[in-house]
Design a protein around this ligand. Structure first.
Ligand code: SF4
Length: 224
């Protein structure tokens, strides 16, 4: 048992080393100017590409880049602007609602901590984790689809649930690497996870550590 754990840890350490080598610089992909605009951008990125969010936020933030102006802008106008990002009724409701709460309860500032952030409308654990990590610089490991799948494919997690993946990754990697690693894995996924079927030979980490079923190229079907 002890041997198995240490092998997995060795693999995790090596994967981290490779990610450092391939992605030494990982700028935050969503454009923002402060923690509030980061929160809004992350909320908009649900089921939408970062590129599209980055095209829409200059329009939105040109009209309202703080809770006071956002509330003054109103839910209907917010919805119209953010329509290209998808799920606009729900996202506009969240943006308007959370801005109102920030004004009424927090003097226009963002509360610090997972709990108060997750109490805000439209803010789930992943969004709160991104804000804690990229906004407040606190150790967090936001798990998106890329990270969830790759952690499974590299045998770092059972892939049972996003919650389990977050727990497994946090136990394998040192706390001071979480913020960087979360972005590195996203960048890895974006760079290499384009191939369908899996092109394991072209993907350095998958070539070395990908699960057996991936290497047999069963393709089309997600390995889970
Ligand atoms: S083999 Fe390529 S497409 Fe498949 S999981 Fe790895 S990086 Fe992604």
């Amino acid at each position: 048992m002890a041997k198995k754990i240490s092998k997995k840890q060795e693999k995790a350490d090596d994967i981290r080393r490779m990610l450092d080598e391939y992605f030494p610089e990982v700028p935050v992909p969503l454009h923002h100017k402060d923690i509030y605009t980061l929160l809004i951008a992350v909320l908009l990125s649900a089921q939408c590409t970062d590129e599209r969010v980055n095209r829409i936020t200059p329009i939105l933030f040109g009209k309202a880049d703080n809770p006071t102006d956002m509330v003054a802008l109103g839910e209907d106008a917010i919805r119209e602007i953010i329509r290209p990002c998808g799920l606009s009724p729900m996202k506009a409701k969240g943006i308007y609602g959370l801005s109102k709460i920030l004004l009424e309860k927090y003097n226009g500032d963002l509360p610090f901590g997972f709990e108060p952030l997750e109490m805000l409308p439209g803010v789930g654990h992943k969004t709160a984790s991104v804000v804690m990590s990229q906004g407040f610089g606190m150790p967090a490991f936001p798990v998106d689809t890329h990270i969830h799948r790759l952690a499974y494919r590299w045998g770092l997690s059972s892939g049972k649930s996003v919650e389990q993946t977050e727990k497994d990754l946090k136990s394998l990697f040192p706390e001071d690497s979480w913020n960087q690693l979360h972005l590195q894995i996203i960048y890895y996924g974006r760079s290499y996870c384009k191939a369908r079927p899996h092109n394991v030979e072209d993907c350095p980490i998958c070539r070395k550590y990908g699960r057996k079923e991936m290497k047999s190229q069963v393709a089309r079907v997600d390995p889970r």
